[in-house]
Design a protein around this ligand. Structure first.
Ligand code: ADP
Ligand code: MG
Length: 474
């Protein structure tokens, strides 16, 4: 038999992977991987950063496992070597570390489960009980440490933290986390589960997507073992069901969940749910279930504000050991607002691009990546932001810019801020005036005219307008 080399094995893997992921993702996440060696059915691959590894594990592990098994048989495994590169291409000292792709501490202990006595064969098992192992289905990356706190998630986060300290023992049962897509519901729900596992290793924690719950239930009807299905869920200590909005219109599933829920609740077990809507907005969910949801706490996850977005980005960079100029971070945070998943995707893509193309991260690169992530990049500049840029440019502080002083260079700066506010925002003259030093609308109008005039007659002034326009348009 021909010896398998790391490269040929990996090449075969890539062929299958390429058919299963988008070209952009393939270029971003698979092309930079180098196959290093193969030994005892373990293929060692080199990735450019810790985050890269985590991203692969989180998003592509299913396909990777599948192709590795196909190539190397059921014993096949993958091992990562992380070679850090700071993105400038200057790092001569690569850091090599190995990460085992197993995680054991999230395992549940086997638990006893009543099942039909007819199927028990082993006489040493207490009749009516069978030990089963329940995989917690928790993803170790979704922990509290990686969850950045901000105004947008403070209530949900602290309620979640309280639950993790005392599952089933707080008023937050069930804990319902709700909010729009990509705002951290799954992450937070899993973080609670992970902490419960840490604090109470003997508790059985189970995370399940509601689609999976629904399909398991349908299967149990087909196989005529509905009771097993119900019993299985009733013996969980902390049950996390993600995206329960999918239960809408599924009456039978709602019915069975109602019974499971009651049993867990009565026995002091913790239930954590997530949904893309508040209970009042959920349609086609039975009233009796909705009223149960309200027994505990419904906490909303909101869109992160600018500061939180910056912290989330910095957190990712920190974990990844990558340095990035402040202005790039700010650029990304300013342009991706609605969704943490996109924010994360953009910065990771940026790290990836720079580390394997050995490109310096520039605003242009950031711009092109952000555009890919945000369909319809809608530029929206706030008056606050304009004032900040203008005062920085003239090395004034904001108070001076807004003050009543008649010093010429301050007046010019203020007029420029008004001019750009008119140009780049939809705010009225009156609103611009009141935000820039409490002036009236006539002052703003006058400022706009003055800027227009001066920029045709005064070369220096024209340069100001051009410079600032550039700064405000990135
Ligand atoms: P949802 O379930 O609400 O759609 P997710 O929990 O899947 O959102 O979050 C999307 C991505 O954003 C995940 O990768 C998650 O780790 C990240 N994320 C969301 N909120 C935060 C946060 N506060 N701090 C750090 N990462 C976050
Ligand atoms: Mg989710």
């Amino acid at each position: 038999m021909k010896e398998k080399t790391a490269e040929t094995v990996w090449k075969n893997c890539l062929r299958v992977i390429q058919d299963n992921v988008s070209p952009q993702n393939f270029a971003t996440w698979f092309e930079p991987i180098k196959a290093i060696k193969i030994q005892d059915n373990v293929l060692n691959i080199q990735v450019p950063s810790q985050f890269f590894y985590e991203w692969l594990e989180e998003h592509y592990i299913t396909i990777i496992k599948k192709v590795i098994r196909k190539e190397l048989g059921s014993e096949g495994r993958i091992e990562y070597s992380i070679v850090m590169d700071n993105g400038t291409g200057k790092s001569e000292k690569a850091v090599m570390l190995k990460v085992p792709n197993i995680n054991t501490n999230l395992r549940n202990n086997p638990v006893s489960m009543p099942i039909d006595s007819g199927s028990i064969r082993n006489p040493f098992i207490i009749p009516g009980l069978k030990k089963v192992s329940v995989e917690s289905q928790l993803n170790p990356n979704y922990c509290f440490d990686n969850f950045v706190e901000g105004d947008c998630n403070r209530l949900a986060r602290s309620a979640g933290y309280a639950v993790s300290q005392k599952p089933g023992g707080t008023a937050f049962n069930p804990l319902l986390l709700y909010g729009g897509v990509g705002l951290g519901k799954t992450h937070l729900a899993q973080a609670i589960g992970i902490d419960i596992k840490k604090n109470f290793p003997n508790k059985t924690v189970l995370y399940v997507q509601s689609e999976k719950f629904i399909s398991q239930f349908i299967d149990s009807i087909k196989n005529n073992n509905q009771n097993d299905f119900v019993h299985f869920y009733q013996m969980i200590d902390t049950l996390i069901i993600d995206d329960i909005q999918y239960l809408a219109g599924k009456e039978k599933t709602q019915d069975v969940f109602f019974h499971i829920f009651n049993h867990l609740h009565q026995n002091g077990k913790q239930v954590i749910l997530t949904s893309d809507k508040a209970p009042v907005d959920m349609q086609d969910i039975e009233q009796r279930l909705l009223s149960r949801f309200k027994w505990g706490l419904s906490a909303e996850l909101h869109q992160p504000d600018y500061e939180t977005r910056v912290s989330i980005l910095k957190n990712i960079l920190y974990r990844d050991g990558v340095e990035m100029p402040e202005e790039i971070i700010e650029y990304v945070a300013r342009n991706i607002k609605t969704n943490v998943r996109e924010l994360e995707g953009a910065i990771i893509s940026l790290i990836a691009q720079s580390s394997f193309n050995k490109k310096e991260v520039t605003i242009e690169l950031a711009k092109s990546i952000v555009e890919k992530f945000v369909k319809n990049v809608k530029r929206e500049i706030s008056i606050d932001y304009i004032q900040k840029i203008v005062s920085d440019y003239f090395q004034l502080d904001l108070e001076t810019l807004q003050s009543k002083t008649r010093k010429r260079h301050v007046v010019q700066a203020r007029q420029l801020a008004m001019f750009f506010a008119k140009k780049f925002t939809k705010a009225s003259l009156a609103s611009i005036g009141s935000q820039i030093g409490k002036r009236d609308h006539a002052t703003v109008l006058h400022a706009c005219k003055t800027v227009n005039n001066l920029s045709t007659t005064d070369k220096q002034f024209r340069k100001y307008v051009e410079d600032l326009t550039k700064k405000l348009s990135i």
